[in-house]
Design a protein around this ligand. Structure first.
Ligand code: CDV
Length: 328
């Protein structure tokens, strides 16, 4: 039986600081309609798709930043998006900033903030939630930086692991779906966690500045795109899966985001890409049985992985210096 899934990367052009949710949602509904028209069953939006990339803006008091978060989905502002998903019978990846009132690791109920993505099913139901684990940036205002990147201030590290879910029989060809968010794509550990759960389709959104903002040395413009694509292509190849990797693109209040959304197959090849810095779709047909070749041969994990030799991977976060070679 042929298992072919049509997927769309719904890249979004810039959202300005002054743009309300209505601006984002109206543009997203239009992208959903275009994706449906082109035969897509799954549509992937960028990270933090409902607002500008607000972690570039500093707020002393975290509560002052609450305007950027969603405390419920759907909400009155996002209801038209959910209505379009139901009307068009789509499955959608949505990235957004989440406020959750839930117990912390000490069991204390409090207000918590996460960089989150969800998979929304064709009935408008949330079928899977992921909270970003690899948060880049810093906590405090950094005067040495050209632009702030305050994700570590505005979000806690995700506490849901890297979940994967299988679509029910008769839906989306029973595809195994997982999610990553932006910086996660650069970490092979993220992909392997999904690969270990037989993921076939990885959905991920990102907001990547065109320039390195850390002021610690030069990184060529074109290499920013190369590193993004290298990471996604390697993740797909090494875990025998497809990925839909979707950018926010263009200038948000003078701060440029790199665009270059791609759809990649299990051989690591780019199947489709966006070419502009505006709202734009890339669409591809994914033959899910392509995942079997890698999975049954070179990356047959059960046959070839050696977890007993991977002792450093979970023992500590930082690297350790090797022993010194002692000359004779
Ligand atoms: N939003 C992100 O996670 N952005 C990072 C940047 C800061 C490097 C990324 O990995 O694209």
């Amino acid at each position: 039986m042929n298992r072919t899934l049509t997927v769309a990367a719904a890249q979004m052009g810039p959202l300005q600081k002054s743009d309300g949710r209505d601006v984002a949602v109206a543009r997203m509904v239009r992208l959903l309609e275009q994706a449906h028209h082109r035969g897509a069953e799954v549509v992937v939006f960028p990270e933090l798709a409902l607002t500008t990339f607000f972690p570039r803006w500093y707020h002393e008091d975290l509560d002052e930043a609450d305007q950027w978060y969603e405390s419920a989905l759907p909400s009155p502002a996002t209801a038209p998006l959910f209505a379009a998903i139901r009307r068009l019978r789509l499955t959608v990846y949505l990235g957004y900033a989440e406020i959750a009132h839930e117990p912390d690791e000490h069991g204390v109920l409090r207000k918590r903030r996460f960089n989150t993505s969800v998979v929304i099913g064709p009935d408008g139901e949330i079928v899977l939630k992921y909270r970003k684990i690899h948060l880049p940036g810093h906590v405090e205002y950094a005067p040495n930086r050209r632009v702030q990147h305050l994700e570590k201030r505005y979000f806690e590290v995700g506490n849901l692991g890297f979940p994967v879910v299988r679509a029910p029989a008769g839906r989306l060809d029973g595809v195994n779906m997982g999610m990553l968010i932006c910086n996660d794509r650069r970490w092979p550990e993220s992909w392997r966690e999904l690969g270990m759960q037989q993921v076939e389709l990885v959905m991920l959104g990102y907001n990547t500045p065109s320039l390195n903002m850390e002021n610690r040395g030069f990184e060529a413009h074109h290499l920013r795109v190369f590193h993004s694509e290298l990471s996604v292509q390697a993740g797909c190849y090494q875990n025998a899966c497809f990925a839909v990797a979707v950018a926010k693109a263009g200038s948000e209040d003078g701060h440029e985001l790199q665009g270059h959304s791609i759809i990649v197959n299990p051989q690591g090849e780019v199947m489709a890409r966006t070419t502009r810095w505006v709202d734009e779709l890339a669409v591809a047909d994914c033959d899910l049985d392509m995942c079997r070749l890698g999975r049954e041969t070179i990356f047959n994990f059960a046959a070839h992985r050696r977890p007993e030799a991977y002792t450093h991977l979970t023992a500590h976060a930082g690297s350790v210096a090797p022993a010194v070679w002692s000359p004779k």
